[in-house]
Every structure is written in structure tokens, then in C-alpha cells.
Design a protein around this ligand. Structure first.
Ligand code: CA2
Length: 167
């Protein structure tokens, strides 16, 4: 069920128009070790933290009436539970499953049970790295994949999600 929220006035002071927009919530799920973002391995993952990612996603989504719920866990079962929750709570899922990308059939199965759009994000260019990072189970379900754009990839995913949700 999507929440309906009023998005306020548009137009200048001379022409105030009350616009009733639909706010859609997008869940941005992050897997293991991404809580270390900005704190370790900056040469691969950059210097921005997950809090910076959240702020950037919110800023990218706000003009499109998209609210962001960003979550991170090191536990596979927690990510699966959040995907189940998204079935009734989220209009779309953006997911960086971390290393579970390459191992988790369970996360893939949970995503198959989710009906909305799913976008997969990787901060690094996984195809330029070790061969075990070249395969993604999640890509078998994802409607789009972004890799190697740093944390800007999350913002681009929010913009793509806005387009997909606009129909
Ligand atoms: O590039 C990505 O976003 C990855 O999903 C990140 C995963 C990695 O296993 C995937 O192959 C690609 C690792 C996340 C670890 O994040 C850290 C961030 C900062 C410091 C240390 C780890």
C-alpha cells in the first residue's frame, strides 16, 4: 500500500497552485560490509559514507515524489526479510547486495516474490575485478544494473526508478 502525501504549493507567489502529489517509497537495501563505506578501502569504494548515500538518494528522489528508506545489514536473513516487507511497503527496490550478489540464491528467490521494479547497484566496476565478482544471481531478477559509477550509481538508480514508477 502506497502512502499518499501532499507535496505542497507549486508556482510563484502570484500563482499559488496546491498540488497533490503521490509519494512513493523506494527501499534502498545494502548488504554486508557496506556499513564500512567511507571508512575503509577508499581506493575502491570512495570516501563517502552510507549516510552520504542516503542524503544523495533523498535529494534525487524528492523532486519526483520519491521517499527513500535506506537499510543495511550484514545478515542475509535480514535482507530477505526486508525484501518481504517491501512487498507491501515499497513501490520499488534498489539493492546493493554486497558479496551476497555472487552467492545468494535465497536473495534472488525473495526478489522473485517481489512484484515492483528492482534495480541492482554496485559502487565498483565488478567486471574489472576478480572473476568471482562477474556473476550476479540478483541480475537474473533486476530490471537494470549499474556498476562502477561510485556512489553516484545510487542517485542514478533513484532517477531511473522515478521514470519506471511514473509509468
Ligand atoms: O561494488 C560494490 O558495490 C560491491 O557490491 C561491494 C561488495 C563486493 O563484495 C561486491 O563484489 C561489489 C563489498 C562491499 C564492501 O564494502 C566495503 C566498503 C568500504 C570498505 C570495505 C568494504
Amino acid at each position: 500500500m502506497q502512502r499518499i502525501a501532499m507535496r505542497g504549493f507549486v508556482g510563484g507567489p502570484a500563482a499559488p497552485t496546491l498540488e497533490f502529489g503521490v509519494t512513493q517509497t523506494v527501499h534502498v537495501l545494502n548488504g554486508p560490509n557496506l556499513n564500512l563505506l567511507g571508512k575503509r578501502e577508499p581506493e575502491i569504494y570512495g570516501r563517502d559514507t552510507l549516510a552520504d548515500v542516503e542524503a544523495r538518494c533523498r535529494a534525487a528522489g524528492e523532486p519526483h515524489g520519491i521517499a527513500i528508506r535506506l537499510l543495511q545489514s550484514n545478515a542475509e536473513h535480514q535482507i530477505i526479510d526486508w525484501i518481504h516487507e517491501a512487498r507491501t511497503e515499497a513501490a520499488g527496490i534498489i539493492i546493493n547486495p554486497g558479496a551476497f550478489t555472487h552467492t545468494s540464491i535465497a536473495i534472488l528467490d525473495a526478489l522473485h516474490a517481489y512484484e515492483g521494479p528492482v534495480l541492482e547497484v554496485h559502487i565498483s566496476n565488478v567486471h574489472k575485478r576478480e572473476s568471482f565478482r562477474h556473476h550476479s544471481y540478483v541480475s537474473l531478477r533486476a530490471d537494470g544494473v549499474i556498476a562502477g559509477f561510485g556512489i553516484q550509481g545510487y542517485e542514478l538508480a533513484v532517477l531511473r526508478m522515478a521514470r519506471l514508477l511514473a509509468g
